[in-house]
Design a protein around this ligand. Structure first.
Ligand SMILES: Nc1ncnc2c1ncn2[C@@H]1O[C@H](COP(=O)(O)OP(=O)(O)O)[C@@H](O)[C@H]1O
Ligand SMILES: [Mg+2]
Length: 255
């Protein structure tokens, strides 16, 4: 479980996040959705203390993150970003092994975990463990990023536009795969996105942000049927209109 209680963060004169309260249940995937600059990444990075908050509290599984050493905290929380940030001079296997190595696992445990994880993200270890990141497609690199983030068995995963840089087909495939994985492992996930369709199709609940504030939080169904205000309605207008056009095309083809 992740809880924000009246959290604020400024950068100089910029109010990046303003008095935000939000609760994410265990095993839930919540998307933070909103236009560029509305404070999504700042929220995410305050959870694992890549950014320290100014006011309020954030807790993970009932403990304030401020009570934890930031480095140790980060090792226990998965983090996946757009473009992945794999170590370019490390093989795929060594990338996935990075956190278990820092945690001092035995070589046998690390090797077994790397094999297990690469299988989990559909990159069989015998084919992929020794490849370099430059020898992978964008989608494969993103899969390695997910495997690496899962290495130390975190229960919480933070994702910042994780599928943003991929072509639409690969993106859809990874979205579906990740959602299935998240449900199977019962991961608690906060996923930042500005892609409304991605939020609608992947999230249990969507937290819509605007100018550092939470505008509405609800299930995709709630947002679509009962948008809290004009901003939420406007955000959903485009994917709704597209879905309706596709629907019309399908009907026209049948008759
Ligand atoms: N390190 C920083 N220094 C100064 N301003 C920042 C910094 N990080 C973010 N900001 C500002 O805070 C606001 C929120 O940024 P961010 O959380 O990255 O938004 P989002 O992820 O929704 O695009 C923006 O106005 C951004 O310019
Ligand atoms: Mg961002």
């Amino acid at each position: 479980m992740i809880e924000f209680e009246n959290v604020s963060k400024r950068f100089g004169q910029t109010r990046a996040v303003n008095d935000l309260s939000l609760k994410i249940e265990s095993g839930e995937l919540v998307a933070l959705l909103g236009e560029s600059g509305c404070g999504k990444t700042t929220c995410l990075r305050m959870i694992n203390r890549l950014i320290d908050l100014d006011k309020g509290f954030i807790s993970v599984n009932g403990e304030h993150v401020s009570d934890h050493d930031p480095v140790l905290l980060r090792r226990g929380i998965g983090y996946v970003i757009q473009g992945v940030g794999l170590f370019p001079h490390y093989s795929v296997g060594r990338n996935v092994a990075a956190v278990p190595q820092l945690l001092g696992w035995s070589t046998a445990d690390i090797d077994a975990r790397v094999t297990e994880l690469l299988d989990l993200v559909n990159l069989p270890a015998n084919q992929f463990a020794d490849r370099m990141p430059s020898e992978l497609s964008g989608g494969q690199r993103q899969r390695v990023g997910v495997a690496r983030a899962l290495a130390a068995r975190p229960t919480v995963m933070l994702m910042d536009e994780p599928f943003g840089a991929l072509d639409p087909m690969t993106r859809a495939e990874l979205q579906d795969e990740f959602r299935a994985l998240q449900q199977r492992l019962e991961l608690t996930v906060v996923m930042v996105t500005h892609d409304v369709s991605e939020a609608l199709l992947m999230a249990d609940r969507i937290a819509v942000m605007h100018a550092g504030e939470l505008v509405q939080i609800g299930t995709p169904h709630q947002l679509l049927t009962k948008p809290g205000d004009d901003r939420v309605e406007a955000l959903l207008a485009m994917p709704k209109a597209r879905a309706e056009r596709v629907e019309t095309l399908m009907k026209a083809e049948r008759s």
